[in-house]
Design a protein around this ligand. Structure first.
Ligand SMILES: *Cc1c(COP(=O)(O)O)cnc(C)c1O
Length: 390
């Protein structure tokens, strides 16, 4: 049995998306900036995709959507682009949280070296940031608040509308890394007072290497790439036409089936969580209620997450212990540590993330093998010997 349960890392390309992209990888190869027909046809496809993405996140205008190479680029651009514009106005303070993706955290660390002050908000043990804490952290010199929509490791969905309202009232710009949230929970940038939003296609069955940044009209952001006039002269370079078409198609397909899928995934997720909690000294990381439908993140005391992952792989299950960036190193995840978990517990974590492609049979199989593997690994763990009787 082969089960892919790492959809928070990336998803399989949907065959329908590939079909929509294929003409733009073959006969319609024209440059969108050209005037002849195959160029104009490509240009039309890009602009239609831009309109689709705008509609699907509730943006007022298609020209508020800028295509990028993915989520990391969108995060970098949003944060650096806004901060560099506002620094001259004396605004040199950023508010973020301790459990952001590295594409946000490392950007903030870099800006800190360039003279920005960064406030890293605490995350509570339920895996949520408090809007009240954002409010209390805002100062006269705050340039930007950047808080992720849904966390990539523990799947917790943050109070984005509340944070947006606070920022709007305080006159501070608000960016959200919505890479995990888009297509998994309803989003509306107008209603939620979001000024900048990052998304990437490969997290919802689109192709890799294409994403978008929503920039509200009137928000000033430094140019990312100087060159031609593409993306309203703010990010030059010939457009990734097939990728852009694929992104819009994947988003359209995924959002049109979201409600039904979320009901199905929530049932599967909860059955899996309930089953895994029967393992002694196990815990669910992050709030159960404010959680992406496809995310399960658990800790099992007395074992190493890495050993668990390798054993699962041998039995055909692809899972993760956290983010792709931390796996491969033995440091516990910064996300789990931010929830206040001790190092030795954070080490024994497992993230299973599901998509439309997963079935109830997958859950049955995982529920059968995880308790066996955990018991086996614990049988020769000196750590487990010490904690089992606590
Ligand atoms: C995957 C991910 C990113 C990075 O997106 P890429 O398209 O791989 O650059 C950023 N933020 C979050 C929350 C993610 O899950």
């Amino acid at each position: 049995m082969q089960i892919y349960a790492d959809n928070a890392a990336t998803t399989a390309l949907s065959p329908k998306v590939l079909e929509a992209m294929t003409p733009y990888l073959t006969e319609i190869y024209g440059n969108p900036s050209s005037l002849y027909r195959i160029g104009a046809t490509a240009k039309d496809a890009v602009e239609e995709a831009r309109q689709t993405v705008a509609n699907l996140i509730g943006a007022k205008n298609a020209n508020e959507i800028y295509f990028t190479s993915g989520g990391s680029e969108a995060d970098n651009w949003a944060i650096k682009g806004v901060c560099k514009m506002l620094k001259d106005k004396g605004k040199n303070h950023i508010i973020t949280s301790k459990f952001e993706h590295h594409a946000v955290l490392h950007v903030c660390e870099k800006l800190a070296k360039e003279g920005f002050e960064v406030t890293y908000l605490d995350v509570y043990d339920d895996g949520l940031v408090r809007a009240e804490d954002v409010k209390n952290a805002i100062r006269d010199n705050t340039a930007l608040v950047t808080i992720m929509y849904a966390n990539n490791e523990i799947g917790t969905i943050q109070p984005i509308a509340e944070i947006g309202k606070i920022c709007r009232e305080a006159g501070v710009l608000f960016h959200t890394d919505a890479v995990q949230a888009v297509c998994n929970t309803p989003i509306n940038v107008e209603e939620e007072c979001i000024d900048l939003l990052s998304l990437t296609a490969h997290k919802f069955h689109g192709p890799k290497g294409i994403g978008a940044l929503y920039i509200r009209r009137g928000v000033r952001v430094e140019t990312l790439i100087d060159g031609g006039a593409q993306e309203r002269s703010r990010r030059a370079g010939t457009e990734n036409v097939a990728g852009i078409v694929g992104l819009a198609k994947a988003m359209e397909l995924s959002i049109s089936t979201m409600q039904e899928r979320n009901q199905r995934l929530t049932k599967m997720r909860d059955r899996l969580i309930d089953g895994l909690l029967n393992i002694e000294k196990s815990r669910l990381n992050g709030s159960h209620d404010h959680r992406l439908p496809g995310n399960v993140n658990m800790c099992f005391e007395g074992i190493e997450g890495e050993s668990l992952l390798l054993s699962l792989d041998l039995k055909g299950v692809s899972a993760s212990s956290g983010s792709a960036c931390t796996s491969g190193s033995l440091d516990p995840s910064h996300v789990l540590l931010s929830l206040g978990l001790p190092h030795e517990i954070a080490h024994g974590s497992l993230r299973l993330s599901f998509s439309d492609d997963n079935t109830e049979e997958d859950i049955d199989y995982i529920l059968k093998i995880v308790p066996e593997i955990v018991a086996y690994l614990r049988s020769f763990s000196p750590l487990w010997d010490k904690i089992k009787n606590d």
